[in-house]
Design a protein around this ligand. Sequence first.
Ligand SMILES: [Zn+2]
Length: 182
Amino acid sequence: MAHSWSGNLVTTKNWEHFWLNEGWTTFFERKIVGRLEGEDARQLSAVIGVNDLKSAVEFFGEDNPLTALVPKLEGIDPDDAFSTVPYDKGFNLLYYLEQLLGGPKVFEPYMRAYIHEFQGKSITTDDWKSFLFKYIERNHPEKVASLNSVDWDGWLYKPGMPPVRNQFDMRPQQVTIDLAQK
Ligand SMILES: [Zn+2]
């Protein structure tokens, strides 16, 4: 269902920007899970996602260019580049931005605006990023400095784990571990 908006209504221009489909959809999906099942379920899903991301980075190798959120795919079969990286690194970027910009009350209206802006179009990461800046400049000018402080090169183009580790709530996972050990 989440893909109806991110991936279908707004879609990637080519496979280098696949995270616009999958990272955004993972982010939408976990928003929906949070509304339906509660914040614990969303946090648990995010923690599982980070573990999946770590496994993918280990599998490819942390210096492997295919672990960049926006990889260069010239001469590379997109199938060979496929991994959880666009899903969970993309999710982590959006989660980080949401926290940085003031939480859901700022970010959720932006999500709606993003979909409206690009509906029916195929876009690149630069299109996404310039609209984010335009939206924040227009609606939350006091947050522009935060946006400028983001390590964009690290998040988008460097291989390996993200430059910032999000702090997720580990308690829901601990409950399941304790239960399994019992
Ligand atoms: Zn998908």
